[in-house]
Design a protein around this ligand. Structure first.
Ligand SMILES: *Cc1c(COP(=O)(O)O)cnc(C)c1O
Length: 361
């Protein structure tokens, strides 16, 4: 399923940090952020943190989402997308998804906005790397006065309407967890459309500390209390090495996605894919829908093929969210995510497709 390909150059970069006399948050993290700011990477004003979950939470704080309000999240996502809303003392409302893309269903979002007066934000997820309707979310945000945050944990290398993800007007949160396309181990970043918000996030990620007025008698000020969310230079060194090879790895992921789609087209396997040709998945995962999923998964397993279930619907978990999401529930019973990582060969993908074809025949 996963195999993080760690660049050997990370050893040299790590040695540099470990021998430098400074291994905490410092110049290497800053350099990592500068390189991330390239629009081919994540763009905007990136703030490096210690997880994608921290990035999502910081996004809600810096966007001034009011505590005690409600936040809409799709039912088909990792638990972090919703747990940060609770952490921010908000209520979670689950939106249903589209079966074709696995992404948040805009009609479901609108229905919630029309009936729940206390909604202040929507966290949308680009499921498996497939872009959700960013323009539609932007319209809803203007019409209803709600904040939109994008969970981009899967979306590095994705494009929407032929454009890089960074051209979205919203705050975006990325994860560099061990299984993600830019694997640092633990880490993430949150990107803002403006420098002022990014500066505030840089204080809040380290307990709110402001070194601006530092003097002999005053180590720091804390104008606003924050969290212990900062990345450090050890992780940033690995991140910089991973960025060097990112474009090659993304190209490999896209060629794997193409191969799966070519080989599975016309079979009983239902591909989950972009709504429009101008959108492109970065290839974090390859979700497909099948009948009799448990049997198919067991047969794949006995042919030496690992697979994953992304995701159990959030209604299953103790989040206090009670709204029914029938499409997400059905999707979760039918979905299989197939192996994808840059070390897989196209022959191996063909092997997976052949076995899968036999299972569903
Ligand atoms: C991985 C993931 C996260 C959280 O990332 P961490 O770095 O593990 O905190 C958030 N949302 C989604 C959809 C994810 O897959």
């Amino acid at each position: 399923m996963y195999r993080p390909q760690v660049e050997t150059s990370s050893l040299d970069r790590l040695r540099g940090v470990l021998e430098s006399g400074w291994i905490g948050l410092g110049p290497v993290t800053e350099q990592f952020e500068q390189e991330l700011a390239n629009s081919d990477m994540v763009g905007k004003y990136p703030v490096a943190v210690n997880s994608g979950t921290a990035a999502l939470h910081l996004a809600l704080v810096v966007a001034n989402v009011p505590k005690g309000s409600a936040i809409i999240v799709p039912a088909n996502t990792f638990v972090s997308t919703a747990s940060v809303a609770l952490q921010h003392q908000c209520r979670v409302i689950l939106a249903d998804i589209e079966r074709a893309t696995g992404n948040i269903d805009m009609a479901s979002v609108r229905e919630i906005l029309d009936t729940e007066p206390d909604v202040s934000a929507v966290i949308a997820v680009h499921y498996s790397g497939i872009p959700c309707d960013i323009a539609g979310l932007n319209e809803l945000s203007k019409e209803y006065g709600v904040t939109v945050v994008e969970d981009c944990a899967h979306a590095i290398g994705s494009r929407w309407q032929g454009r890089p993800m960074s051209e979205s007007p919203h705050i975006q949160a990325y994860s560099f967890h061990a299984t993600k396309s830019l694997a640092v181990g633990e880490g993430g970043c949150v990107t803002f459309p403006d420098a002022v918000s990014a500066e505030r996030a840089k204080r809040l990620r380290r307990l709110g500390i402001d070194m601006g007025a530092r003097s002999w008698g005053n180590p720091y000020d804390i104008p606003e209390l924050g969290f212990k969310y900062n990345m450090g230079d050890i992780a940033a060194a690995v991140g910089l090495a991973q960025l060097e090879a990112l474009q090659d790895k993304l190209r490999k992921r896209r060629s794997i996605v193409r191969r799966y789609r070519e080989r599975l087209a016309g079979s009983p396997v239902e591909l989950v894919r972009e709504a429009d040709d101008s959108d492109r998945s970065g290839g974090f995962a390859v979700p497909v829908l099948v009948k009799d999923r448990e049997r198919v998964r067991i047969e794949l397993d006995s042919a030496g093929i690992e697979s994953e279930i992304y995701f159990r619907p959030l209604g299953d978990f103790p989040l206090g969210a009670t709204r029914h999401t029938p499409v997400a529930e059905r999707f979760s019973r039918d979905v299989i995510c197939l192996p994808i990582h840059p070390l897989l060969s196209l022959d191996e993908i063909d092997y997976v497709c052949d076995r899968l074809g036999e299972c569903v025949a």
